[in-house]
Design a binder for this molecule. Structure first.
Ligand code: ADP
Ligand code: MG
Length: 875
């Protein structure tokens, strides 16, 4: 049965398992014979590391690779006692290592043969035992599988010799524990891997910590999901070198001895368990996160995350308690209950192995702490190697047989070895944290740069703004100082002038002072001259007056003559028609008139005469003479009409009779200067009436007057024309039309003549216009600045504001006040210098009403007020 079991045991599954047991000579041949199986499994192994799918598959889909528990048998040489006691007897076993067979003698002629995975004779070295039993497991552990090496056998057969010898004096004597650690430490990389150790004793179902004796009741924790067991309470010591490990083993051994003394037992009654935890990082499962913030594209490139893979495997080395039956009589000083408890774990292990060997549906793993601890070693995922130790003595044949049977059953236990690798999420999280920190730091750096840049730009622009402001205020201040200086100089000059004048007047008054005699003389000479001039001017004016009177008289006479000749014509026509009576009457009448007029003195009675003439002769007749072909007649006629028009009472009649139209036509058609002058005078007189003003405008009067104004040279003609336009300027309704047809321009054009009479009329026109505008502005019917300013009147106004001729000055002063009353003009007035004139007027004007008006105007304009404040001038 046993041999049959063995044969079954060396099944396909066992070949598969031993891809890692390559160092085992016995398996080498198997590898050679089934290379395809080896490559399959190693192919699986290669694909696992770093491959998510491979790992997931290994963990989820694949329950592992079948791996039978490997069992070797080791025979202890006869000890001194046996050499003596059994001297006459043959060993109870006969080994055939090359056949991996063991023969257990039943008696001298019969024996049972058992096959093992390895048969180690009493001459097998510790090194060879390690290599055969443990090394494949150790290699497996280094590759990421759990591994178990366990020694089972009767007390004194060499379990501790095989597993636990430290070999301090003789290195060849080193046992499996020491050699395993040597291989592990040689293989792991201290940078990426770690090795740690726990060392425990299980006695009477109590787990004691051999590295910390106070820790004498460690509980087993099982992961409900994976079924993995762990001992969280056990001391775990990291191992970096062999020396420290040996030290630990020594400490453990000492503690074991002390504990057993305390418990009054022997180490053979307890199980010693060494746990070596190997944690290895698998290369290739690197997380790749790259930052590319400064390469221009500005994107953070994170390649697909591949968490690092870590393999956590565990090598468990178990030095079991002696397998011999405990004397139930309690001869060793134990009670029956104690004896039961001592044996519990071992017998539970036997039961589990039996159940597993027989593929029983129930494996009583939970029956003991040992079986719970070793659940992964038998029927689990670990690679397990068992060495059963036997002695040669036929006296212990029973125990030996039982040990062999244990080994045989264990050989049937099939594990499913599984790679203990997993994604190292903690490490991934750590790395991600680091990457995140880097990204955050980079971001902060960029943010800082950005903020610095913005701050720099802000500071720069603020500097620029304040510099511009500084420059502006400097320029402003300079300008202000300049104006102030100019102003002060002007004031100073005026004051000097005033002082001079004062002095001059003072000198005039104090002629008696000898030092001023010369000056006095000069002054008296000048005064005498002036008096002479005045006298002459007076004479001249009288002469001119006389002349004018004479001329007017002549005019009247000529008119009368015209009238007479007209009547003569009439009479002649009547005579021709045969109406002597009428002819006579008319002629007589005319003669009488002439005679009558001739008798009159030509002085004061002139107007009366003309009025009479007007009544007697008839307006129509006089007007018709304006169109006479005779130039003299025309001249006389226009003079008569002009004289008539001077009387307000006649104006309406003249206009009704078409006199205005005739006058305008005459102005248009004539080139005679006199006619033009007189006609313009007549029109000017008629233009005093509002209705007539509209008529004049309607009949194109303004363009006629403008043309006349442009052509005429005679100051009197210009005076008339200017007077006519000035009258029109005073009509509120005609402002736009007047300006549109060039009225203002015509007015301004006439100042070329320079005659004070003309200028006075121009100034009057401007004042009238400004007054109308001011009125319209205050009524809200006019917006925008003055048309006078638009037409360029301001410079002339300012220039003549202080004209010595008072008619001019008065009109201009009024014009300035009217202009100033329109706020829209203020800016232009300031820039044009009109403000100064207004200030002057408000202070110096001899007419109080104008002075007050100017002052009021200045005070009511916010713009002027601001400017005055700026110039620090008080009004
Ligand atoms: P166990 O641990 O199984 O009780 P030990 O390892 O303590 O047995 O061995 C008992 C004795 O036998 C020890 O003195 C040990 O040195 C010796 N011994 C065991 N196996 C061998 C061996 N293969 N060669 C030489 N001496 C051995
Ligand atoms: Mg022992």
């Amino acid at each position: 049965m046993a041999s049959g079991g063995y044969r079954n045991g060396t099944s396909k599954a066992s070949l598969k398992l031993d891809r890692s047991l390559s160092s085992s000579s016995s398996i080498k041949s198997a590898i050679k014979s089934k290379p395809n199986l080896v490559s399959t499994t190693s192919g699986l192994r290669r694909s696992s590391p770093g491959s998510l799918n491979g790992t997931a598959a290994a963990a989820k889909d694949d329950a592992g690779v079948p791996g039978r528990v490997r069992v070797a048998v080791r025979l202890r040489p006869r000890n001194a006692e046996e050499l003596v006691a059994d001297a006459d007897f043959a060993d109870c076993v006969e080994l055939q290592p090359e056949l991996k067979r063991l023969k257990l003698r039943k008696n001298n002629w019969d024996s049972d043969t058992y096959e093992f995975d390895e048969v180690l004779t009493e001459f097998a070295s510790q090194k060879r035992v390690y290599e055969v039993v443990a090394k494949p497991v150790v290699e497996s552990v280094l590759e990421g599988y759990n591994g178990t090496v366990m020694a089972y056998g009767q007390t004194g057969t060499g379990k501790t010799f095989t597993l636990g010898r430290l070999g301090e004096e003789d290195t060849a004597a080193r046992g499996i524990m020491v050699r395993s650690m040597e291989d592990i430490l040689a293989d792991v990389s201290p940078d990426t891997d770690s090795v740690s150790v726990s060392y425990l004793q299980l006695y009477m179902e109590t787990i004691q910590d051999l590295l910390d004796p106070t820790n004498d009741n460690i509980s087993i924790v099982e992961d409900p999901k994976t079924g993995d067991v762990s001992l969280p309470g056990a001391t775990v010591v990291g191992i970096r070198d062999q020396q420290s490990f040996l030290e630990l083993l020594r400490i453990g051994e000492a503690h074991r001895f002390a504990a057993n003394t305390k418990l009054n037992t022997e180490s053979s009654r307890s199980h010693a368990i060494l746990m070596v935890h190997v944690r290895r990082s698998v290369k290739g499962g690197e997380l790749e996160v790259s930052l590319s913030t400064e390469n221009g594209n500005g994107s953070h490139l994170i390649k697909p995350l591949r968490p690092p893979i870590v393999r956590r495997s565990k090598l468990v080395v178990v030095d079991l308690a002696g397998s011999e039956r405990i004397d139930k009589s309690g001869s060793e000083g134990h009670t029956l209950e104690e004896a039961k408890s001592i044996n519990l774990s071992l017998s539970a292990l036997g039961k589990c192995i039996n159940a597993l060997a027989e593929n029983s549906p129930h494996v009583p793993v939970r029956d003991s702490k040992l079986t719970r601890l070793l659940r992964d070693s038998f029927g689990g995922t670990a690679r397990t190697s068992l060495v059963v130790t036997i002695g040669p003595s036929p006296r212990h044949r029973g125990e030996t047989a039982s040990t062999i049977m244990f080994g045989q059953r264990a050989m049937k236990v099939e594990n499913m070895v599984k790679l203990k690798e997993e994604f190292d999420y903690k490490s991934l999280a750590r790395r991600l944290d680091i990457q995140l920190d880097k990204i955050i730091a980079e971001h902060e750096r960029q943010q800082k740069i950005f903020e610095d840049e913005v701050e720099k730009m802000r500071v720069e622009s603020e500097n620029r703004i304040s510099e511009a402001e500084r420059n502006y205020s400097h320029a402003l201040e300079n300008e202000r100082l300049k104006y102030q200086k100019d102003y002060m100089e002007s004031i100073k000059k005026l004051e000097e002038q005033w002082i001079l004048n004062q002095q001059k007047h003072g000198n005039d008054r104090t002629r008696a002072e000898p030092k001023d005699e010369c000056l006095d003389k000069m002054c008296s000479t000048e005064a005498a001259g002036n008096a002479e001039i005045l006298k002459l001017r007076k004479m001249l004016e009288d002469e001119a007056c006389q002349k004018e009177k004479l001329e007017e008289e002549i005019t009247i006479l000529r008119s009368q003559l015209l009238q007479l000749s007209f009547q003569a014509d009439e009479t002649r026509r009547s005579l021709d028609k045969g109406d002597p009576a009428r002819v006579f009457t008319g002629l007589d009448s005319l003669m009488n008139q002439v005679r009558h007029l001739q008798l009159k003195d030509s002085g004061n009675g002139q107007k009366v005469s003309i009025a009479k003439l007007f009544e007697q002769v008839g307006l129509q007749k006089i007007l018709s003479l304006l169109e006479s072909e005779d130039a003299d007649v025309r001249i006389h006629a226009v003079k008569v009409v002009a004289n008539l028009a001077a009387e307000e009472a006649n104006q309406e009649k003249i206009v009704e009779a078409g006199g205005l139209t005739s006058l305008l036509m005459l102005l248009r058609s004539t080139e005679d200067e006199t006619i033009r002058r007189v006609a313009a005078g007549a029109i000017a007189n008629l233009a005093m009436n509002e209705t007539n003003q509209e008529l004049i405008m309607a009949q194109g009067g303004i363009s006629l007057l403008s043309t006349t104004a442009a052509d005429a040279e005679d100051p009197q003609t210009l005076r008339m024309v200017a007077g006519a336009i000035a009258n029109l300027c005073g009509n509120d309704k005609l402002q736009m039309k007047l300006r549109g047809e060039g009225g203002i321009q015509a007015l301004l054009g006439m100042v070329r003549c320079g005659h004070p009479d003309v200028l006075a009329q121009v100034a009057r026109g401007i004042a009238n216009f400004a007054k109308c505008e001011s009125r319209a502005s205050s009524q809200g019917t006019k917006v925008g600045k003055s048309l006078l300013i638009d037409d360029g009147a301001l410079p002339w106004i300012v220039q003549n504001a202080n004209n010595e001729a008072s008619p001019i000055r008065r009109h201009i002063e009024l014009a300035l006040c009217h202009l100033a009353q329109q706020e829209m003009n203020a800016r232009d007035m300031i820039s044009g210098g009109a403000l100064w004139e207004l200030v002057r007027i408000s202070r110096d004007c001899s007419r109080e009403d104008i002075r007050t008006l100017a002052l009021r105007t200045l005070n009511s304009s916010p713009t002027f007020q601001t400017e005055l404040r700026r110039l620090r001038i008080e009004c």
